[in-house]
Design a protein around this ligand. Structure first.
Ligand code: NAD
Length: 493
């Protein structure tokens, strides 16, 4: 089919196929993910086999040389057509995203509205050759060479966005790409793959759906040059161990337990609504959501009261509830994990300052709904402080001494993001720079754009995505030494 920016998919609900070498294929075995708003099974998707993996890798290897040899501008123009096609399919993709994630309309829009623009912001990025040295005797150039077949393995909290930033960077610099979405949210990724068949040459962008054995098949495959992984710390460690066997390149974007430190001079009317939103948005299922709020003791009570008032306004509802702000947790595994944390808070006798009543529209379903909950000043060693909940439960914690709160914020194996909130920007920046995290903000949190590198300290990750550093992660780094023949000089002279 001809590539056209107005290409519209006509079916978002009946057929979901793997995309291998621009062919839509299915498998003998199929499975269904679950609609988190209702607990009911959704549509059938393929369960890829080792054979499917071999075919996709072989198709990628065959496509790689021609794609690599295009100019970056030519590859960029394919990506821009893809961005236009995504925008043209927003309505259908949005409804499907709601079904597979349970996100109410604002959450769907948050992911979908920016999707095309994420690609458009990555496309102008360039990694130019660098002239390291030029003398009469020699020239030394540093250049960046694409790796080959790249694989993106993604989590379920942003089923399209997490894959799209990976594939745009990988393809732009000349790799081909296989996307493995989460088994909990395979639908929109497969539809994006279907859309891609109308735009990209064969084998350039492929999508495989499967069960929990598909990731290991890809990390083990000797024909895969790189794994870019977004998911949990535990799985990230398995991915890195598996990739060691073939020394694949690995980027790991893993969990976070981001602290927000609120200073005594912060203007509550301004910061409380922002911090509450950034803690509960997407029902807390964001790696960079605020997960611990450290509030200076002199404003703690007022902050807590104002915070609860904001959280009370967050209506919980399913994907078809136009008034809802927060949807369900995305899957039964995550529901059980977060429920376990709620139980632990009760078992430890911690003070629950607020726990919402769930609306009957949610309790009447088998959906994975949990009540937005605020925990009041739990001990530092409690699980709600030390673990990443990835759900709508947030601890507020008192602090009094600057050095001490920085130590407590940094007392974590995770180091994804962190923020400091104060009327004194210079002081806040000085404090923020002491946070052990890949991204730190002053009077903000979860601001990310594709032109700024993003990654974690400690167990939150390895390597970065986005920005030109992210593009370099999709390349081998090559140094080219040219000894000038006109000059009679010996090496090492
Ligand atoms: P997960 O680790 O369970 O799964 C992530 C992906 O890995 C899925 O596609 C899964 O099928 C696959 N997988 C599972 N076992 C595998 C294996 N052995 N080898 C290869 N692949 C395997 O994570 P999740 O529950 O989907 O996601 C939640 C986590 O993701 C949270 O910790 C969250 O903080 C993190 N996350 C991080 C970022 C970031 O950019 N740092 C973004 C979103 C989510």
């Amino acid at each position: 089919m001809a590539a056209t920016s107005s290409y519209i998919l006509d079916d978002y609900e009946t057929t979901f196929r793997n995309v291998i070498d621009n062919e839509l294929t299915t498998t003998a075995e199929t499975r269904r993910a679950v609609d988190p708003s209702t607990g009911k099974p959704l549509f059938e998707v393929p369960v890829s086999t080792q054979q499917d993996v071999h075919r996709a890798v072989a198709a990628g290897q065959a496509a790689f040389p021609a794609w690599r040899d295009l100019s970056t501008d030519d590859r960029a123009s394919y990506l821009l057509k893809f961005a236009d096609a995504i925008d043209a399919n927003r309505d259908g993709l949005g409804a499907l995203l709601g079904k597979e994630t349970g996100k109410p309309p604002p959450g769907v829009n948050m992911e979908l509205f920016h999707l095309g623009n994420l690609i458009r912001m990555i496309v102008p990025l360039r990694i130019e050759e660098e002239l390291v040295e030029e003398t009469e005797e020699r020239k030394v150039v540093r250049r960046y060479v694409p790796l080959g077949v790249g694989v993106g393995i993604t989590a379920w909290n942003f089923p399209m966005g997490l894959g799209v930033v990976k594939l745009a960077a990988a393809l732009l610099v000349g790799n081909v790409f296989i996307w493995k979405p989460s088994p909990y949210s395979p639908y929109t990724a497969l539809k994006l793959g279907e859309l891609a068949t109308c735009i990209f040459p064969r084998g350039v962008l492929q999508v495989l759906s499967g069960g929990e054995d598909l990731g290991p098949m890809l990390t083990a495959h000797p024909g895969v040059a790189k794994i870019s992984f977004t998911g949990s710390v535990a799985t990230g460690k398995k991915v890195m161990a598996a990739c060691a066997a073939t020394l694949k390149r690995v980027t790991l974007e893993l969990g976070g337990n981001d602290a927000a430190i609120v200073c005594a001079d912060a203007d509550l009317a301004t910061v409380v609504p922002k911090i509450a939103f950034l803690s509960y948005v997407n029902s807390g299922q964001i790696c960079l959501a605020i997960k611990r709020v450290y509030v200076h003791e002199t404003i703690y009570d007022a902050f807590l009261a104002a915070f609860i008032e904001v959280v009370k306004t967050f209506k919980v509802g399913g994907s078809t509830d136009a008034d809802a702000a927060l949807g369900p947790v995305q899957n039964s595994m995550q529901y059980a994990k977060v429920q376990d944390l709620y139980n632990d808070v009760s078992k430890q006798g911690l003070n629950i300052a607020y726990k919402a009543e769930l609306p009957t529209s949610t309790t009447a379903t088998e959906g994975f709904f949990l009540p937005p909950t605020v925990v009041d000043n739990p001990p530092d060693a409690s699980r709600i402080v030390t673990e990443e909940p990835f759900g709508p439960i947030v601890p507020l914690i008192k602090w009094s001494d600057e050095a001490d709160v920085l130590r407590r914020a940094n007392d974590s194996l995770l180091g994804l993001g962190g923020s400091v909130w104060s009327a004194d920007e210079a002081r806040a920046e000085r404090m923020a720079r002491q946070l052990e995290a890949g991204t730190v903000w002053v009077n903000s949190h979860f601001e990310i754009t594709p032109n700024v590198a993003f990654g974690g300290f400690k167990e939150s990750g390895v390597g970065v995505e986005q920005g030109t550093d992210g593009l370099k992660g999709w390349c081998n780094h090559q140094s080219v030494w040219v000894r000038k023949s006109a000059v009679a000089a010996e090496p090492f002279s």
